[in-house]
Design a binder for this molecule. Structure first.
Ligand SMILES: Cc1cc2nc3c(=O)[nH]c(=O)nc-3n(C[C@H](O)[C@H](O)[C@H](O)COP(=O)(O)O)c2cc1C
Length: 212
């Protein structure tokens, strides 16, 4: 059985295109593999808190020095990291906000990038601990930025995922969503098609290992 972490970060509801696209992925996957487990996180509607002084003190304290108060500062972080460790595949919906990720997603990143839990500092430097994970990032954008210097989303996410060990990263950018109905339709249709291709590719990767 595969575990999928499905995460949305748009604050919008029914009008959110990133939500519709991640849902499409999950719906199709569930039709093929109804027994797979989906862990759902809605950061857009239920944001996780920004890290604070207690969090930083706790995260960087040696484990033997953790008091119950320090420990409780990491409760949410522990829960989120557990989800990341449990899931084999991640499907993330992330709108572009001001050239980058929404603050809700940045707060999530700050909660899960944690020494001794998702990375370690070894003899050869930093090492990410989230091994053998695959991530599909579906971004939505009013304009067109893929491959351009103003795209602070994809390079940032690649860097931060790489830091915690996630190197198998696929992006689908649904762009030009604010450029009129035709452009929007075209972009969403292209994203739908690519979602099916990613599902086919991931299934191939996993069929021998997990479904045999
Ligand atoms: C606060 C805000 C900032 C935005 N910044 C950008 C931006 O920098 N570049 C861009 O192409 N689109 C930008 N957009 C447009 C969104 O990326 C676009 O509306 C997208 O569809 C939002 O995702 P959603 O449909 O899942 O809510 C912005 C939208 C909002 C509300």
């Amino acid at each position: 059985m595969v575990h999928i972490l499905h995460l949305d970060s748009s604050p919008r509801g029914d009008r959110s295109i990133s939500r519709a696209l991640t849902k499409q992925f999950i719906d199709v996957w569930k039709q093929i593999h109804p027994d797979d487990a989906i862990i759902y996180r809605d950061l857009g509607h239920h944001p996780v808190p920004a890290i604070d002084e207690a969090w930083i003190a706790a995260a960087f304290s040696p484990p033997e020095q953790l008091t119950p108060t320090l420990d409780s500062a990491l409760m949410i972080s522990d829960e989120l990291i557990e989800e990341l460790l449990t899931a084999d595949l991640y499907v993330l919906g992330i709108p572009m906000y001001n050239y980058s990720v929404p603050a809700t997603f940045k707060a999530y990143i700050d909660q899960v990038v944690r020494v001794r839990r998702t990375f370690i500092i070894g003899a050869d430097g930093y090492e990410g601990l989230l091994k053998n994970k695959k991530v599909l990032v579906i971004t939505t954008r009013g304009g067109s930025y893929a491959g351009e210097p103003l795209d602070f989303q994809e390079p940032y996410l690649r860097a931060v995922f790489d830091f915690i060990g996630i190197t198998d990263v696929t992006f689908i950018h649904a762009e030009n969503l604010a450029m009129g109905a035709d452009e929007r339709q075209f972009s969403i249709a292209a994203a739908h098609k690519t979602i099916h291709q990613v599902i086919a590719a991931w299934q191939l990767d996993y069929s021998n290992v997990l479904y045999s």
